[in-house]
Design a protein around this ligand. Sequence first.
Ligand code: ADE
Length: 233
Amino acid sequence: MNKIGIIGAMELEVEQLKSEMTINNTSTKASIEFYEGTLNGTNIVIARSGVGKTNAALCTQIMIDCYDVTHIINTGVAGSLNAKLDIGDILVSNDALHHDMDATIFGYKPGEVPQLGRREFISDKELKELAVKACTEVNPDIHVQTGRVVSGDQFISSKEVKKRLITEFNGDCVEMEGASIAHVATLNGIPFVIIRSISDKADDSAEMDYPTFEKAAAKHSAKLVEKMISELS
Ligand code: ADE
């Protein structure tokens, strides 16, 4: 039977799903609270990982080891790197990579994790298709597209850095957890997808836009996840 792990970095990104699920058990590991129960008839476990790649990796491995999740969905907000992705639009991951991994001095590609032989972590096809379908059903007015998530332990708010993330990594959106969740899920053989609603443009306006739009953006992403979940029982 499926059990879906849902990870959001911030309370805002998980509070809606938490308020709508039936909670059967709450437990704390490594200072992260895990809520187990059902949502739309599907077994789920939800956690707020905290911000950044280390928190995200920690949360993902605990979900796999201690809560036996069969799939992982990461929901939240992101900065846009693609002119076609405006604030409020949604990106569903084709793949994810670490934009702050740099071992190029040893001949690795930018973003490539040494000795892993890859820099991209590929999303599950079925979860991806389900996410796009769910989005067009619950958020018909919102533009949704698939693409590349690039992650690093920095909030990006400069057009120069944004430009580098586009030219060097071909990223469509930038955030601070997705690649770690993708990395850990891949090493454990667990299918995953990242769903991000755009809260800012990752440029000099990001500092202003992010606080204005993060709440609505997080809600769109959560609404989509809720619909998706009903298809995964
Ligand atoms: N999450 C939302 N917007 C972001 C940005 N501009 N950089 C990193 N993470 C983000």
